[in-house]
Structures are given as C-alpha cells and as structure tokens.
Design a protein around this ligand. Structure first.
Ligand code: AMP
Length: 307
C-alpha cells in the first residue's frame, strides 16, 4: 500500500492512472477504522482497478473545537487495517496542505444541508461539501463510496455532485451494525461501558418506528412520538432530535406516502450518536389489465346499406 501525504503528488498519481484508463474508487474517511469503513473499502476494491482511501480528520466540519480535539485517531492501526483489506493508496494529507492559510474557496449546498444535523451543527455540511469536493479533484475517482449511516451527508454530497457536474458515480452503502444493532461509528470507542450498553436504545427506537409503520401508521408525528417515548425509557439517553422527513428533500411531511427518513441524534455522556432508517411505503398494486376488446374480426359484418 502506498501512503501519499501531498495533495499534488496524489493528483499527479491519479492523472497518470487516468491516462492509462485505470479506474479509481475513492473512500473518504476520517480514520479510526471499523467494519463500516472496511465494507466501503472492500466494495471500492471490487468495483474499480485501484482503491484509494483518504484519511483526513477535517477540521472544517467540526463546529465544536472540543469535539475535534477528542475525535479518535489511530493512524498505525488504520494503516494495518487498510493494508489487510488491500487498499492500494492511502491518502492522508495535513490540515495545512488541505487548507493553506490563503484558501478562499468553500462549497455550500443550501436546502438539504439545513435540517436535521445541519441546523444543530452550523457549518458542518459546508465543511463536508468542501472537503469532498477537494478530495474529488485531488483523487479523480471514477466512483466514490459513502455510508448511509450518515444519511444527510449522502444527500448533501449527491446534491453537490449533481449541481456541480462532478463526474464520479456515487455509491451509497448500507449501515454496518454491531451484533446488538448499534450502528458502527468511530465515536463508539468513546462510550463508557454503561453508555455503550445504553446506546442500544437508539437502534431499538428506530426498529420501533419500523414496526409502527409496518402496522399501518403513516402519521410522521405519531411515529416521532413513539421513537421519543422509547428513547425516554433509557435514562442515559439525551435526545438532540428525532425527526421524520421526506427521504429525498429532508423537508417536513404530513403523511408517509413516499419514502420517509426517521433520523435521530442522541447523546450518551459526551458522545453524540446519529442513526436513521428509511420507511418505504409499499407500491400500490398495479391495476388489473383491462379486458381485451372484442375481436372485431369475429363480429358478423352487415353489408353496408346501399346509398
Ligand atoms: P467517517 O470516517 O466517520 O467520516 O466515515 C467515513 C465513511 O464511512 C462515511 O461515508 C461514513 O458514512 C461511512 N460509515 C461510517 N460508519 C459506517 C457504518 N456503520 N456503516 C457503513 N458506513 C459507515
């Protein structure tokens, strides 16, 4: 595995590969790898000629300096994991290289960045969009892989790529979970043992949303209330938000008649966890085909009356 730290060197390498029609699959990450990351890496490796993983804890997407400070970092372990998966290039630039002091260009995706996490973490998605745009231009991928664990991030990146005509195909991958259902996250290692046990309340509450919907509930407020009530049974959980919104626009809805996202951010101690799931209404049964019109060749023909 080649380790590249300089963005110019990474871009030159990507250009050389592209000239030889070698397809790059990019997995942007902030490190502290777990099986969620590994699932993206494996997929990028399978579907492309070269797998590039970027490892960069992006300061621009942290609205809280303390959160950036305590974000888990373990480069040595990450290198071992990436090597064992067969990653070809690990791109791990410095903050100074990605954001030189004279940098003046940022990417802002408006509407879809505003609800859910966007409203609570000002500037977060501007940071995400900016770093992903830079990573696309530096690594020139044919495909880029993102986890649906960060659902709103997927929507923001998809909107940016569409608005700015970014060429890579975007591949959104399912959330990998611990055996008890907790979504894997780099932040999980910071949970105390008690909070780790309590955190299972989050996937359980989302499962309840799924059950209510399966039982015929289509009122987003009713589902939201049930999820909140379920979370409230766990005294260690502090709800930041629970919302049911349109899965495409992330805007409020009054009934679930098309795919809806149930999204939650919940604190356990000083660790903020997010999780979500999409509720998809069944497609309406297709109308039975209209009976065939009578075959007019079988209708006895009367001779036309003489004029
Ligand atoms: P991060 O390092 O947390 O920025 O995550 C890097 C990529 O891995 C993002 O596209 C995440 O959505 C994705 N990811 C994180 N956790 C999971 C998970 N549990 N399952 C699938 N993908 C994930």
């Amino acid at each position: 595995m080649k380790i590249i730290r300089d963005p110019h060197e990474m871009q030159q390498t990507a250009l050389t590969l592209r000239d030889k029609a070698i397809r790059i699959g990019l997995v942007p990450t902030m490190g502290a790898f777990h099986d969620g990351h590994v699932s993206l890496m494996r997929r990028a490796k399978q579907e492309n000629d070269v797998c590039v993983v970027s490892l960069f804890v992006n300061p621009l997407q942290f609205n809280d300096p303390a959160d950036l400070e305590r974000y888990p970092r373990n480069e040595a372990a990450d290198l071992d994991i990436a090597r064992s998966v067969g990653v070809d290039i690990l791109f791990t630039p410095s903050v100074a290289a990605m954001y030189p002091p004279d940098a003046q260009t940022f990417v802002e995706v408006t509407r879809v960045s505003q609800p859910l996490c966007g409203g609570r973490r000002p500037g977060h998605f501007r940071g995400v969009a900016t770093v992903v745009a830079k990573l696309f231009m530096i690594t020139l991928p044919r495909r880029a892989y993102f986890g649906l664990k960060d659902y709103q991030q997927c929507r923001v990146v998809a909107q940016m790529a569409r608005d700015l005509y970014f060429p890579p195909d975007l591949v959104f991958c399912p959330t990998v979970r611990e055996p008890d259902g907790l979504a894997m996250s780099s932040r999980n290692v910071r949970l105390t043992p008690e909070d780790r046990r309590a955190a299972v309340a989050l996937p359980r509450a989302l499962e309840l949303a799924q059950d209510c919907f399966a039982a015929g509930e289509t009122d987003p407020t009713a589902i939201q209330t049930r999820v909140r009530e379920r979370l409230a049974t766990e005294p260690r959980a502090r709800i930041e938000y629970v919302e049911v919104v349109d899965a495409q626009t992330l805007e409020p809805i009054t009934a679930i008649v098309q795919p809806a996202l149930v999204a939650a951010a919940v604190w356990f101690g000083d660790v903020r966890l997010i999780d979500s799931l999409v509720l998809t209404p069944p497609r309406p049964e297709p109308e039975p085909p209209a009976p065939d019109p009578p075959d007019i060749s079988e209708v006895p023909q009367r001779p036309a009356p003489r004029a």
